[in-house]
Design a binder for this molecule. Structure first.
Ligand code: FAD
Length: 469
């Protein structure tokens, strides 16, 4: 019989759980992707990520063709488009991999309702994660609110193996089944993308995964991951975001690398890396159990707190013109590439919320518009962590100092000089403290827009006052 595979954040053929089941159960699989129909502006995505998506769809379409199949593209609400497709193809079942953010969950329910109404089967699978939220619970069946005990439990659970080879998808959908052309940014009426993006698609992502493991960046991850200059981390965020690689395959490759590692440093590095994969699932679990983190602070005591930052300050931050070299370097890396190193994400987010007192939601949305790996759960988790309002064991008064952070993680100014061209010829010690003579450290480069210790005190006062209420 004919069955439908609904592609979502699983834009690959290798080790794709729902697709494998569809291929096993159906004689013909109709692969479909439903494009969103918003136009010109979206608070949670932007030209970089949408362009990357276009490239991924193009590569998926080619890969499906090489199997003798054809990707069907539709545009609109997934439940409505799938209903039309079910009727056109007389499909007997719909297959998809589960998503965990509130919008994705709502859409899944609607698709399930459509299938129920028409009277066909609907199969959904765990695929994006090693463990879904309800698999990792406390001894009494409760939800974790803090990472460390969550990760201990997560690490101890058995992990699913990768699937074997993908079976046949059968013949391509008949010509009567119409498909939209592959999209470009025009589809959303978005301006041209100006960021320099990594290559999209499954093959390029697999190459990145293999290079990370084989070139041994993985083996020095624990020692180097906090250094923003050069390639010290996997750069697989966007590939996990779009499901270009399978989390099970990544995990099992890490395990093989650990089994073959010859030094304790390498083994520690691999363990550290796997714990980062657990962070991703921790935040997905937080969003699953507490979907209101989208609208309000995770920590109840900080709900309704004032964030008196100005539009002007937010603009300077977003353009990388704050006069704090490490902050400006991070923001310019983001604008230029759609990526920002994790350490710098922490620095710039803490700076926006605790030095400029702007609401974390402004930064959260800006990141979603620019990050290729923009992922609601991790991004919200990261922002609330930095703002001091999130699922975190550390207290709100842990406020990082951008100058001492620079000294610890970019002492030679290599990262700063890569991203802030005005500072290329400036000696690195000038990046470690505000200029004493109050003169610009380079022509055209602004003075620090605020004094860190004054703003730190102000933040502490705002938090303390609100808590005391
Ligand atoms: P690596 O260090 O190689 O880590 C491997 C993978 O583990 C990542 O690709 C990611 O999937 C996961 N991971 C690592 N650290 C974290 C973390 N702290 N939280 C959740 N997952 C993690 N990550 C996103 O995937 N999407 C986001 O939108 C996002 N927004 C963030 C916003 C802020 C304010 C902060 C502080 C962090 C954010 N992160 C986000 C987490 C982290 O910065 C990125 O996952 C990481 O920088 C991606 O680069 P990488 O693949 O080289 O990471």
């Amino acid at each position: 019989s004919t069955v439908i595979h609904w592609f979502r954040r699983d834009l690959r053929l290798m080790d794709n759980t729902a697709l494998h089941h569809a291929a096993k159960d159906g004689v013909q699989v109709v692969p479909v992707y439903v494009l969103s129909e918003w136009k010109s502006h979206h608070g949670w995505t932007g030209p970089g990520r949408q362009q990357f998506l276009c490239g991924c769809l193009e590569s998926l379409s080619k890969n499906l063709e090489s199997l003798g199949s054809r990707l069907i593209l539709r545009c609109g609400r997934a439940d409505e488009e799938l209903e039309k497709l079910i009727r056109e193809t007389e499909a007997k079942a719909v297959y998809f991999n589960r998503d965990y953010d509130p919008y994705g969950r709502e859409m899944e329910k609607k698709v399930q309702e459509v299938c129920r109404r028409i009277g066909i089967e609907c199969h959904s699978y765990k695929d994006r994660v090693l463990h879904e939220a309800d698999e990792v619970l406390t001894g009494s069946g409760g939800q974790y609110r803090v990472y460390t005990p969550y990760s201990r439990n997560w690490l101890g659970l058995d992990k699913t193996a990768t699937q074997g080879k993908l079976g046949s998808l059968g013949t391509a959908p008949s010509e009567k089944v119409k498909s939209l052309p592959l999209p470009t940014l025009e589809h959303w009426q978005l301006p041209e993308n100006t960021a320099h993006l990594p290559a999209p698609g499954e093959r390029a992502a697999r190459e990145r995964m293999k290079t990370f493991i084989e070139n041994r960046t993985l083996h020095s991850y624990a020692q180097k991951r906090n250094i923003p200059a050069g390639t010290t981390t996997s750069r697989l965020g966007q590939d996990l975001r779009f499901g270009l690689i399978s989390i099970r395959e990544l995990f099992s490759r890490c395990q093989s690398a650990a089994a073959q590692a010859t030094t304790a440093d390498a083994r520690t590095s691999i363990e550290t890396y796997i714990k980062e994969l657990a962070w991703r699932e921790f935040y997905l679990a937080i969003l699953w159990h507490y979907p209101t983190v989208f609208d309000e602070e995770f920590a109840p005591e900080f709900r309704g707190m004032p964030w008196p930052g100005s539009d002007e300050h937010f603009l300077a931050w977003s353009q990388g013109r704050t006069g704090f070299p490490i902050v400006d370097a991070g923001m310019r890396e983001l604008l230029a590439t759609g990526f920002m190193h994790n350490r710098v994400r922490m620095i710039v987010s803490m700076f926006l919320t605790k030095d400029l007192h702007c609401h974390w939601r402004l930064g959260e949305s800006f990141f979603m518009q620019h990050l290729l790996d923009g992922e609601n759960a991790s991004n919200n988790g990261g922002w609330q962590w930095s703002a001091g309002t999130g699922a975190d064991a550390a207290p709100y008064f842990r406020i990082q100092n951008p100058w001492t952070q620079t000294k610890s993680y970019d002492p030679e100014g290599t990262y700063i000089r890569t991203w802030v061209p005005e500072l290329k010829g400036v000696s690195p010690e000038k990046f470690l403290a505000p200029p004493k003579d109050n003169r610009a450290i380079a022509p055209g480069y602004p003075l620090p827009m605020v004094d860190h210790s004054t703003e730190r005190d102000r933040t502490l006062a705002i938090f303390a006052k609100h808590r005391g209420k």
